[in-house]
Design a protein around this ligand. Structure first.
Ligand SMILES: O=P(O)(O)OC[C@H]1O[C@H](O[C@H]2O[C@H](CO)[C@@H](O)[C@H](O)[C@H]2O)[C@H](O)[C@@H](O)[C@@H]1O
Length: 355
């Protein structure tokens, strides 16, 4: 699947911080094709299209990279490093409240084979702790909220687990905590799905147990089927197993992350909605003086990047070593660069407070 990139004179980059370095007269827009594609679960969908999509989620498969012709700016010109653009970013945030949204896997912790061992380094934890002293900070993850909390272990943060379907505010220690009660939210439409999610989790465990390396993870409001450790020759078999379970659950949809199939309710809720909910909870819903920054590495993070573009506020930063179609304005290559960026934000804020 080659991704079309169109050149247009109308700008998608609406704030100073969202603008990429000037390429005279033109801005690049991504195609209007949906970034987060739901794989069709029902009978019409060909298993090959699932497997193609599974392949496309692997950076080693070049088909997933945007196709650019020679006269177009490179991907890194369109999505420059947030470290290189640090001064422009902080200038754009001037006089506004920065609010930080951080994805977990691949953003705060490096991608590893075993999802249960995706630990965050102590240095990253210390940096996020400092960050939360100066800016309201939320972790927004596809994982179950309790699980992501057990990795991050910072009570002063907001947490949105299960792709934003399970939100809880700081239990202590945050000056950004609203009122005496912690914010808690789960969309009603999502809670109705809990018994179904448990059933589908059990069914997927049973069905995929014959496929070596497959791992099924219960993320409370959604289920992940990991294929990172499955031999590529067995991907068709795994896709067929998952499809055979999901055909009985028309109210569930399938999306994709990094070497993972994600099964979730067909409700209009995603990381972008969670971002909007959190901004509202913090009292920034209709404020112009807010500057949200969302950092994430995955297709599911695109929903949040898009919300920021549509709100014309703040910007998204995609964590990726290779070019990918994205609505993020900037890029960082890996979690160590994320840590450097967060550390620089802390230092910048501390020095601006001393002035
Ligand atoms: O939204 P996120 O916090 O990025 O969560 C998305 C998925 O992350 C986890 O899987 C990913 O990271 C694993 C550990 O590095 C890796 O083994 C796997 O291949 C990645 O897809 C998590 O295990 C999933 O449940 C989340 O949906």
């Amino acid at each position: 699947m080659a991704i079309a990139v169109a050149v247009t004179n109308s700008s998608l980059f609406t704030t100073a911080a969202q603008k990429p370095p000037t390429v005279p007269g033109t801005y690049i827009t991504i195609s209007k094709k949906k970034l987060l594609q739901n794989l069709e679960i029902n009978s019409g969908a060909k298993i090959n299209s699932w497997v193609d999509s599974m392949r496309a989620s692997s950076p080693t498969h070049l088909k997933s990279t945007p196709s650019l012709s020679d006269d177009q700016p490179s991907w890194t010109q369109q999505h420059p490093s947030a470290l290189d653009m640090f001064e422009q970013i902080t200038n754009a945030s001037n006089g506004k409240q920065i609010v930080m949204f951080l994805d977990y896997d691949g953003t705060l912790s490096p991608i590893v084979e075993d999802p249960d061992r995706a630990f965050m380094s102590d240095a990253m934890r210390a940096t996020v702790r400092k960050l939360a002293r100066y800016f309201p900070t939320a972790i927004v993850s596809g994982r179950c909220r309790d699980k992501v909390y057990s990795f991050v272990r910072l009570a002063e943060l907001y947490y949105a687990g299960s792709h934003g379907m399970d939100i809880k505010g700081p239990s202590k220690g945050s000056k950004y905590k609203k009122g005496s009660e912690a914010v808690r939210f789960q969309p009603d439409t999502a809670t109705e799905f809990l018994p179904m999610i448990d059933k589908v989790y059990e069914a997927l465990l049973e069905k995929t147990k014959s496929t070596a390396g497959a791992k099924v993870e219960n993320n409370k409001f959604c289920v992940s089927v990991h294929f990172r450790c499955v031999d590529e020759k067995k991907w068709v078999e795994l896709a067929q197993q998952v499809k055979s379970v999901l055909k009985d659950y028309p109210k569930l949809r399938l999306t994709q992350g990094r070497k993972v199939l994600e099964i979730r309710p067909t409700i209009k809720w995603d990381k972008g909605k969670a971002l909007e909910f959190l901004l509202e909870s913090l009292g920034y819903a209709n404020r112009k003086d807010v500057f949200p920054v969302y950092i994430g590495d995955d297709r599911t993070d695109e929903d949040a990047f898009k919300v920021l573009r549509e709100r014309r506020q703040g910007f998204g930063i995609l964590v990726s070593k290779s070019p990918k179609e994205t609505s993020a304005a900037y890029s960082l290559q890996e979690p160590s660069e994320v840590m450097d960026f967060l550390q620089r934000l802390v230092e910048w804020k501390m020095s601006s407070l001393r002035r």
